[in-house]
Design a protein around this ligand. Structure first.
Ligand code: ADP
Ligand code: MG
Length: 256
């Protein structure tokens, strides 16, 4: 039997883990992604910021193939999208995603939340999945909550479980779409600290956030989006001290 993963042409994208080339996406008449070119290197932390409606979530969802694109190309570790079937399940497992709303399985325990994907998608046996799951719950500081249900946890704890669940798939890249926006203020830092640690450990990350402190301290690069376009792409220092476009200046004046 041919390996479905190998039926389409893989390319060598070198140190680039995620590559978007000339990506366009419409929702009806709305042009939500306009000629997006973006390359994310292995180990890089890219923070995506921009006004509401600028296409940040659509960009993340396109990388994870939760949205199709109209034209252009997306490669994840040299593998072209769109993927289908088994190939798609493999891709989704390689691209971990953490959403604003924690999206845990409400009727599964915390431990089950972090083992299910390992068993179903990564085909691990239950014991190995639980060992790895407990390690990850410990890493994000919620080991003692393993047998509880999500509703019994605080928002910050739930979001840390969501991060552990994504990590359990051994993803190549982690996408975070406003992971702290739905949290009470006192819980934001505990989630950002877990993300900081991940970044220090070398995880490749794309983070949509309005947390400028995180962007300054963790990002290698800031991508500023407006109206479906990447308007600026530079270092955090440069972006915050010397934004070039009027859109970025205007945006920063409103949030800082
Ligand atoms: P952001 O995350 O930057 O706030 P989004 O990517 O969520 O922006 O949305 C970009 C634009 O696309 C917005 O105008 C939004 O209303 C629109 N949009 C997003 N998802 C859909 C959808 N499924 N159908 C129609 N319009 C959508
Ligand atoms: Mg969004």
């Amino acid at each position: 039997m041919p390996h479905p993963e190998k039926t389409r042409a893989d390319v060598d994208t070198g140190n680039a883990l995620v590559v978007l080339k000339n990506v366009d996406k419409h929702f009806g008449a709305l042009h939500v992604l306009q000629s997006i070119d973006l390359t994310i290197d292995r180990g890089e932390v890219v923070v995506v910021i921009g006004p509401s409606g600028s296409g940040k979530s659509t960009l993340c969802r396109a990388i994870n193939r939760l949205e199709t694109i109209d034209s252009g190309e997306i490669f994840v570790d040299g593998r072209p999208l769109p993927a289908e079937g088994r190939e798609l399940a493999g891709l989704r497992a390689d691209v971990g995603m953490v959403f604003q709303s924690f999206n845990l399985f409400a009727h599964k325990t915390v431990l089950e939340n972090v083992t299910l994907g390992q068993i179903r998608v990564r085909k691990k046996d239950k014991k190995a999945a639980e060992t790895r799951g407990r390690q990850l719950l410990d890493r994000v500081g919620v080991a003692s909550q393993a047998d509880k249900y999500p509703a019994q946890l605080s928002g910050g704890q739930q979001q840390r479980v969501a991060i552990a669940r994504a990590l359990a798939m051994d993803p190549k890249v982690m996408l975070f779409d406003e992971p702290t926006s739905a949290l009470d203020p006192e819980m934001i830092n505990e989630v950002l600290e877990v993300m900081q640690q991940l970044a220090r450990d070398g995880m490749t990350m794309v983070v949509v956030t309005h947390e400028m402190g995180f962007a300054r301290s963790a990002a290698n690069r800031v991508v500023f989006m407006a109206d479906g376009r990447i308007v600026e792409e530079t270092t955090p220092d440069e972006f915050f001290s010397n934004p070039r476009s009027e859109r970025a200046k205007d945006f920063l004046s409103k949030i800082l």
